[in-house]
Ligand binder design. Structure first.
Ligand SMILES: [Zn+2]
Length: 321
């Protein structure tokens, strides 16, 4: 659904809420998020102009020891937001359809959001939720490669030490009849064997047909025995494709160049701390590019993703490394 479809489909907050509830509780059975009980009652609230956009239908858990009050947005990424759900939906659609990404400033302008902070917090929460939890391991033919972002220092700061570069590892399935060809991006602290082997173990089916990489030695050690048999490399100092074969990593490299053009073009500078969320966004857009359900998939993930408070986003501590 593009922005136009969304403004046609949803005109009231009630409609947005019904859609959210449907994503949260697809069978129609409302369950308490604290104890899992389905004996609940609806809390009737007085409505007035001032409560119009205030979160949702409230439910009360009837379990004696629990008595939790909750709504479809409790414990989710929407938690504590005062923006109308329709604004969230429109933001999701804008982020989803912007090929090279969309900055918080653009979102703020398009949707008439009062403050930049509010828009910034919202888009980071959308990106957080775009990550696929427990994706299926990659199959078929997989290309794997790494790239670096940043680390360039301006001339007048030449005396300063260079900022460390951020390393991104990507895996890309070649598309064939059975597979659309998904991509996965990981912001990693380093390119050590244990880092790479953990990623491979979690994300690549050991019984794939082939895995193609460049000749970086790390892959010789990071792949288990099963994968090593399927491993072929291309020597980039000599050639881009091993002659007479399909051995290359061009597909994953072209996805890197799209990613970099997007990150640099739309966001100019992305901090280490937030990089993985931007990667989630690019990954989502690519992997769902042919899906007719990409809007509801995103909203569904938002209903399953835990709150991400502004404080957590802006604190100095780096949750990644
Ligand atoms: Zn309960």
């Amino acid at each position: 659904m593009n922005l136009l479809d969304i403004s046609r489909e949803f005109t009231t907050d009630e409609q947005c809420l019904a859609f959210l509830e449907n994503q949260k509780w697809p069978t129609g059975v409302v369950r308490c998020p604290t104890c899992g009980n389905n004996k609940i009652s609806r809390v009737v609230r007085k409505t007035s102009a001032t409560t119009k956009n205030k979160r949702a239908q409230l439910y009360q858990c009837l379990e004696k020891t629990c008595k939790q009050q909750f709504s479809a947005t409790s414990g989710t990424i929407f938690h504590d937001s005062h923006l109308p759900i329709l604004t969230w939906f429109m933001a999701v659609s804008l982020v989803m359809d912007a090929k090279k990404g969309m900055s918080a400033l653009q979102i703020q302008k398009h949707l008439g959001i009062g403050s930049y902070q509010t828009a910034w917090h919202m888009v980071h929460r959308i990106r957080e939720a775009m990550a696929e939890q427990n994706p299926k391991p990659m199959t078929g033919i997989v290309e794997m490669d790494e790239t670096y972002l940043g680390g360039r220092s301006k001339r007048r700061h030449r005396a300063k030490p260079r900022a460390p570069k951020d390393m991104i590892v990507a895996m890309r399935e070649r598309s064939d009849k059975r597979s659309e060809g998904r991509v996965r991006y990981f912001h990693v602290p380093n390119g050590k064997v244990e880092t790479i082997s953990a990623l491979v173990k979690k994300n690549i089916d050991p019984y794939i047909n082939r895995i193609y990489t460049d000749q970086a030695a790390v892959y010789d050690f990071a792949l288990n025995r099963e994968l090593s048999k399927k491993h072929r490399t291309v020597n980039h100092s000599i050639e881009w494709v091993v002659p007479g074969s399909r051995i290359h990593t061009n597909t994953v490299e072209s996805s890197f160049s799209l990613l970099k053009r997007g990150l640099i073009g739309s966001f100019h500078r992305v901090s280490t701390k937030h990089l993985q969320r931007y990667l989630n966004e690019f990954e989502y857009r690519f992997n769902e590019r042919h899906s007719t359900q990409k809007f509801s998939i995103a909203v569904n993930r938002m209903c399953q993703t835990k709150p991400l408070p502004y404080k957590t986003l802006t604190s100095d501590s780096d949750p990644l490394f």
